[in-house]
Design a protein around this ligand. Structure first.
Ligand SMILES: CC(C)(COP(=O)(O)OP(=O)(O)OC[C@H]1O[C@@H](n2cnc3c(N)ncnc32)[C@H](O)[C@@H]1OP(=O)(O)O)[C@@H](O)C(=O)NCCC(=O)NCCS
Length: 152
């Protein structure tokens, strides 16, 4: 069955929280355990898309913000079993098309331990704009370093 990218529906949220729980364990994304919940996925607004492979929800991406300003790519995650097959790339294709059709540029923020994500963004032409310690402490103590990327 082909990879399908479609709009997120409410009944995708349970599957997506399982994907998040796994990603929290393996990649510290999200960094905070309390963010492994549906409310964290939806709090940034919409639109949002899921990737479905063989009928199973394996990935998610969302866009936040007002189209009169740069839009934020957020909540990008793919389940471990589905990685390395272009699922995130397909989600980003849809996100980037959405921004282009809204006439908006994109930005995102990523913690620097999420190196696979940074490789993906750089390969697709996103530009690192700034990098700085955040003003909060991570669960392991030190302040994580957040990098901001822009897609002109
Ligand atoms: C970052 C993340 C979303 C990437 O998802 P993914 O679906 O594996 O991404 P892709 O498949 O598009 O690309 C991943 C790799 O597979 C390779 N790839 C893509 N399609 C491929 C194909 N058909 N055949 C072989 N390799 C392929 C890519 O070149 C890339 O290689 P790299 O790791 O050497 O850079 C995923 O690793 C993830 O969920 N990480 C944790 C959450 C996270 O960090 N989110 C970002 C927060 S800002």
């Amino acid at each position: 069955m082909p990879l399908i990218i479609r709009s997120r529906a409410d009944d995708d949220l349970d599957a997506l929280v399982s994907v998040l729980a796994e990603s929290h364990r393996t990649d510290r994304y999200p960094l905070m355990g309390e963010h492994v919940r549906a409310a964290w996925l939806i709090e940034k607004g919409s639109p949002a898309w899921v990737a479905e492979l063989d009928g199973v929800v394996v990935g998610h991406a969302a866009v936040a913000g007002n189209p009169t300003e740069p839009l934020e790519l957020t909540r990008l995650v793919v389940s471990s079993a589905a990685r390395g097959h272009g699922v995130a790339a397909a989600l980003l294709d849809v996100v980037e098309r959405h921004a282009a059709s809204a006439g908006s540029s994109l930005f995102l923020e990523v913690l620097e331990h999420n190196s696979a994500a940074m490789r993906l963004y750089e390969r697709r032409g996103w530009l690192a704009a700034s990098s700085a310690e955040v003003d909060w402490f991570g669960p392991d103590g030190p302040r994580p370093v957040m990098r901001r990327y822009v897609k002109p």
